[in-house]
Design a protein around this ligand. Structure first.
Ligand code: NOJ
Length: 701
């Protein structure tokens, strides 16, 4: 819903060798400077007169040595502005303001045309390159993107390594920009020194705490038919865009005009404001005219899943402990339906699973239509429908793209026939550059997980899924760049170390206090919260029911509840086993009640890596939910309810850690209290080490 659009254009002609222009954000606090000097184009960004990005070069190098970072002239500069708002189908807010000032810089390199469009929002700056179709460009293949982000050597960043074997599934390093390297990561976070392929670079979102106090996140928006951008250090605080190459070294292969994704620099005065930025979504498009996504519905699901990845009592593959069997799935359906869940994920239902599935060279070729013997798809899907819920499908591709694409139509149509509305997809294929492709000459080549080949594959899957009215929850994805605005069926993704790593290894207790400020700035995450049995839960192996005492989920039950509010996802999982929920019926009620679609959010307090408290308002009622999480340290907070409507009465249901709760040795103790509150109420709250709290605040008649 557009509210108002106001556009004006000024055209100026530049002829001199050196020129300069600027625009500011609508609130005038951010200033973007544009310079042309000695045939190159540069930009810099300031906020409140303090430097955010120092003078940095722009440009793209095409095949045939056509270098748009050199020998260019500015042909024309046009300025415009846009003040509008829109309503997402689902989201964290029901109305999103889209307000920016824009500058379009048209360039000439001899007679060849290119342009850079910059938008300056109150929450940051974005720009993208356009090289239109023209007779004298023989190839639009991109050999290199020259974009720089010149920061200060004193700026520190939370980052994960790119060009590494485990996609985005790493803990974060926190270090100076210049130290980004596999060596630094290996010495300080996790040994990846054997990952010898590829350069030292960081993935985006790349979150910085600047020496001058600002919080900044560099990322990209609207990544379509291009390759993912990483950031490589060039010394003295400088980062350069490094695009994942194809196996032949070309960065991006294009048949015609270039429209790059937006390069985004979100800027905030503090960590909380960073979470309120809508820039990434604002830089994406609405669904195409005439398309209908009204069938996409947010929801909550359970799964025959934690049994495999967490408690280790079942297998994906055929065995006496096979998880996806008719009897077990029927019981899960009964439970999910009795407790009002929209879906039940079942993994390991199809043919192709075997104990070595995850790590077999260049990927495991699964069938997406043939079921294992003990799984009756028509019966179980019908049983679920009769019970008022649905199966959630699962397509683990093993990173075998061609094998998956060959079966896409059949696989989606099979699921559609059985009333399945959501599919969780997966791309486990360790070693980053291991995606098999048969090239134009019939040769087998191996592509990076994050290159243009995979970006385009993911696009095909989303578009194909939409034809079958299926929404996708993608694991091992390409990072989110806001595509859910144009393709609402791209409902959620993993794309970071999620809860599952606490099942088979450990994320440590502090990771979750960093995720919202890094990975989650890009979009919703299928983190899979809600583990209630936090210790003594894991068998040594499905055949050995001795409990692995070392396995713990480094959390508390209150924190697990808080995650439903803290970590936004329109398709949220209750990941634990039915019996573990039955042991905590009231806490389970919270998971059943908590919404997945919101109209408002308030960040009550935060610091990256320390704590985060968020209040969200349900889109369909006057009720609020609050989640608070802390790192390994206890936190005492004075909480006030001034975000509530004045002169109204509410009932508070509070789940808080007990005095003895501790993530390490006493994670499952908590207290439940109820009281009447209003906007003047105040509360002293304690979060235990590694703990949190959750609130349900219901308006009273
Ligand atoms: C990795 C996914 O992240 C996980 O959720 C899934 O269970 C396994 N792959 C198997 O597909």
């Amino acid at each position: 819903m557009k509210k108002s659009i106001l556009i004006f254009i000024i055209s100026l002609l530049f002829s001199c060798n050196s020129s300069q222009d600027f625009i500011t954000s609508p609130d005038s606090k951010i200033k973007l400077n544009i310079y042309k000097k000695n045939g190159s184009l540069f930009y810099s960004i300031e906020k409140n007169n303090k430097m955010i990005v120092n003078k940095s070069i722009l440009g793209i190098l095409l095949k045939n040595n056509l270098d748009f970072s050199k020998d260019i002239k500015i042909n024309k500069i046009s300025k415009s502005k846009n003040y509008s708002s829109w309503s997402p189908m689902y989201g964290e807010e029901s109305i999103i303001k889209n307000e920016y000032n824009e500058i379009l810089v048209s360039l000439l390199k001899d007679e060849l045309q290119a342009s850079v469009i910059f938008r300056v929002f109150n929450d940051g700056v974005a720009f993208k390159y356009i090289i239109p179709n023209q007779d004298n460009i023989l190839s639009y293949d991109i050999i290199d993107e020259k974009t720089e982000f010149n920061l200060s050597p004193d700026d520190k960043a939370w980052w994960i390594p790119a060009f590494s074997y485990r996609r985005y599934e790493f803990l974060h390093a926190f270090s100076s920009v210049d130290s980004i390297s596999k060596k630094y990561f290996s010495e300080n976070v996790e040994d990846i020194s054997y990952d010898s392929l590829g350069i030292g670079a960081a993935h985006t979102p790349f979150t910085l705490k600047k020496k001058n106090g600002f919080y900044v996140s560099i990322h990209e928006a609207n990544l379509i038919n291009y390759s993912s951008m990483t950031l490589a250090p060039r010394g003295n605080g400088s980062l350069q865009a490094e695009l994942y190459p194809w196996s032949d070294g070309t960065k991006v292969k294009l048949e015609s005009e270039i429209i790059s994704p937006w390069r985004t620099i979100q800027i905030a005065d503090n960590s909380s404001d960073l979470l309120l930025s809508n820039m990434i979504l604002n830089l994406n498009d609405d669904p195409e005219e005439g398309s209908d996504f009204s069938w996409v519905k947010p929801g909550k699901y359970m799964g025959v899943w934690w049994e495999m990845i967490g408690t280790n009592e079942s297998t994906w593959w055929p065995s006496s402990n096979h998880g996806a069997n008719n009897k077990k799935v029927t019981k899960y359906i009964d439970f999910a339906s009795e407790h009002g869940f929209d879906g039940l994920l079942v993994e390991g239902w199809n043919e192709g699973w075997h104990p070595g599935w995850c790590c077999s060279g260049n990927g495991n070729p699964f069938s997406f239509t043939k079921t294992q013997k003990d799984f009756n798809l028509p019966y179980l899907s019908e049983y679920a429908l009769v019970k008022g819920t649905r199966l959630v499908g699962h397509h683990e591709t093993g990173g075998q793209i061609q094998n998956y694409e060959n079966q896409l139509d059949e696989a989606f149509s099979l699921y559609q026939k059985h009333g399945i509305k959501f599919i969780k997809t997966g791309y486990v294929n360790d070693v980053g550059k291991n995606i098999k492709r048969i090239d134009e000459n019939g040769e087998t080549v191996f592509e990076w997980h994050h290159g243009q080949y995979m970006v385009n594959h993911m696009q095909r899957v989303i578009e194909k899924a939409a034809e079958y009215e299926i929404s996708i929850i993608k694991h091992e994805p390409i990072k989110d760049t806001g595509l859910r605005r144009k393709y609402p069926n791209f409902i959620s993704r993993e794309g970071a170390k999620g809860q599952e790593f606490n099942g088979f290894s450990s994320n440590g207790v502090n990771h979750i206090t960093i995720l919202p400020f890094t990975r989650m700035l890009s979009g919703p995450m299928d983190y899979t919260p809600g583990i209630f049995k936090l210790n003594n839960f894991r068998y040594v192996s499905p055949d050995n029911t001795v409990i692995d005492k070392n396995a713990i989920v480094p959390s508390t039950i209150t924190k697990e509840l808080a995650l439903y509010v803290v970590l936004y996802s329109p398709m949220q999982m209750a990941a634990d086993l039915p019996d573990h929920y039955l042991a905590h019926p009231k806490a389970f009620e919270f998971i059943k009640d908590v919404p997945v679609d919101w109209s408002e959010r308030k960040i009550i307090d935060s610091e990256i890596g320390s704590h985060l408290i968020i209040a969200r308002k349900d889109k369909y009622s006057e009720n609020w939910y609050v989640g608070g999480i802390t790192n390994e340290n206890e936190k005492i907070i004075s909480f006030d309810f001034s975000f509530l409507d004045e002169n109204k009465n509410y009932k508070l249901d509070l789940f808080s850690d007990s005095l003895n709760t501790h993530w390490k040795d006493n994670p499952m103790e908590y207290e439940i209290s109820n009281e009447e509150i209003d906007s003047n109420s105040k509360l002293e709250l304690r979060m235990a080490p590694g703990g949190g709290f959750a609130m349900e605040i219901s308006l009273q008649d």
